[in-house]
Design a protein around this ligand. Structure first.
Ligand code: GAR
Length: 193
């Protein structure tokens, strides 16, 4: 069983999908802890519903990004976490965390990367007028949504309807993230790069 930490800054619907897949026997992993940079985020309530411990780290309370990330690493080590799973964690991962968890950090992003990296990928896609967007699961490197791609799925845009498009993307995310993590932990994914 792979020990994971889920990092989230927002609603936590991907956190919940991962925990649900674990409880349904579809994903052989255990969420040891949730890490958030937003103590008021809805993910905190969701984690409470599953009795999963949440650790909040407010970045501006630290002297540097390295200090902030070192504090997180100490907590991850205490809980013997093997993998970091980013699920709507809206902060760029720095070199301190990257070197402590080298090739052990995964992210989900709501577009077909390399299109529409960064913030509000769904808004960017609608603004650009693409008819098909999607979801990408990828390894995290020092860039913004640039790491090696593990899996992707296409989602058709609902013309002029952001919330309907978003609902489709979220549904695909929940399915793709859990199935990709299961393959990753079972060593069933081959990378091109
Ligand atoms: C998800 O759509 C995820 O792909 C996105 O934030 C949302 C979090 O939703 N992440 C990014 O945009 C990262 N650049 P959730 O809190 O309900 O899981």
């Amino acid at each position: 069983t792979t020990k994971i930490a889920v990092f989230a800054s927002g609603s936590g619907s991907n956190f919940q999908a991962i925990q649900q897949a674990i409880e349904d026997g579809k994903l052989d992993a255990r969420i040891e802890i949730v890490v958030t940079d937003k103590p008021d985020a809805y993910v905190v309530k969701r984690a409470g519903n599953f009795n999963i411990a949440v650790f909040s780290f407010v970045a501006k309370q630290y002297a540097s990004k390295a200090d902030y990330e070192q504090e997180i690493i100490d907590t991850l080590k205490e809980h013997e976490v093997d993998w970091i799973i980013l699920a709507g964690y809206m902060r760029l991962i720095g070199s301190t965390l990257l070197s402590a968890f080298s090739n052990r950090i995964v992210n989900i992003h709501p577009s077909l990367l390399p299109s529409f990296p960064g913030k509000d990928a769904i808004g960017q896609a609608m603004e650009h007028g693409v008819k098909v967007t999607g979801v990408t699961v990828h390894f995290v490197d020092e860039g913004m949504d640039t790491g090696p791609i593990l899996s992707q799925a296409a989602v058709e845009v609902v013309d002029g309807d952001r919330s309907a498009t978003e609902a489709r993307i979220h549904a695909v995310e929940h399915e793709l993230y859990t199935s990709t993590l299961q393959k990753l932990f079972k060593n069933e994914i081959k990378l091109v790069h």
